[in-house]
Design a binder for this molecule. Sequence first.
Ligand code: GDP
Ligand code: MN
Length: 336
Amino acid sequence: SNPPYKTPVPDGYYKPDSPMDLQDRKANASFVMLVRNSDLSGIMSSMKQIEDRFNRKFQYPYVFLNDEPFTQSFKDHIQALTNTTVQFGVIPSDHWHQPSWVDEDRASKSRDEMVRNNVIYGGSVPYRNMCRFNSGFFYRHELLQQYRYYWRVEPDIKLFCDVDYDPFLVMQDQNKVYGFTISLYEYQATIPTLWNTVKSFINANPDFVAPGNAMEFLSDDGGESYNLCHFWSNFEIGDLDFWRGEAYSKFFEYLDEQGGFYYERWGDAPVHSIGAALFAKKEQIHFFNDIGYRHEPFQHCPQGDVHAKGKCWCDPSQNFDYEWYSCLNRYDKIFS
Ligand code: GDP
Ligand code: MN
């Protein structure tokens, strides 16, 4: 006969899921994970935390994107983590690869130069593809067309606190377009000409610049120079329609034409941040103070009552918010 542990625990012992998953109001939203097949264990770790801390109650779907097809084994492991819908998409080749009009000679010389200068990911073409894709293409992927809001999740992140409310509904009800948890300075060497390019775009298209924008987050001299502050885009909760809108679309197109994603190493974080800070009102950019979050090597750990309310497990003294390399003080300043 079977050993006793092989007899399943009878159903009656299981508590039903929280009634919160019966809530009637839901946003039109999805998680978005851009990953390689080789990122499986890291993204499972992230997704398990998302499920446990939040999505087990709220039941939002997932979209996984990759520049190559996901293996069956990858899909099976991911689907096993949730009862919600998971879709797996391949990125169209021209949304991912270096465009033919980019001068490869010039691009490769600049990569070599960045390698000599020890710029992080300075020699990598795939990293540049990823930054360009995240800057201007993910929200155009066919699997995301039906959605209005997204939550970007990367491999190997930590979520420290229970998220017992629906952040998508907060975005929707308060007309927010971009949410972040960590902000910091960009490496100047990755974006030598980005700000001049931004300035020439806004000079040519002054009407796209929103009244009451967050320029003060980006610049300490009224827009003359960039202070390198940006929202860390490995975490984002945002409005896809904002990226799809005319201002940001034209902005991305203009940046892309200059070739800086390849001649330099423009990141999607400064590009999104500059777009959100200039084409939205400052109140539309939201600091998710109650979402405890870590992506190596920085973390946001909620403080005081917020830490208690979320039952957070991070050490409150390990908190990037007002470290010297953080830009949160500049975010605070724009509301003062
Ligand atoms: P970092 O956070 O800037 O160090 O960069 P990551 O290596 O975490 O990459 C950012 C995101 O893009 C992560 O979600 C990665 O899984 C994903 N990513 C990076 N490179 C590639 C790639 O070549 N193909 C795919 N499919 N995803 C990538
Ligand atoms: Mn990462």
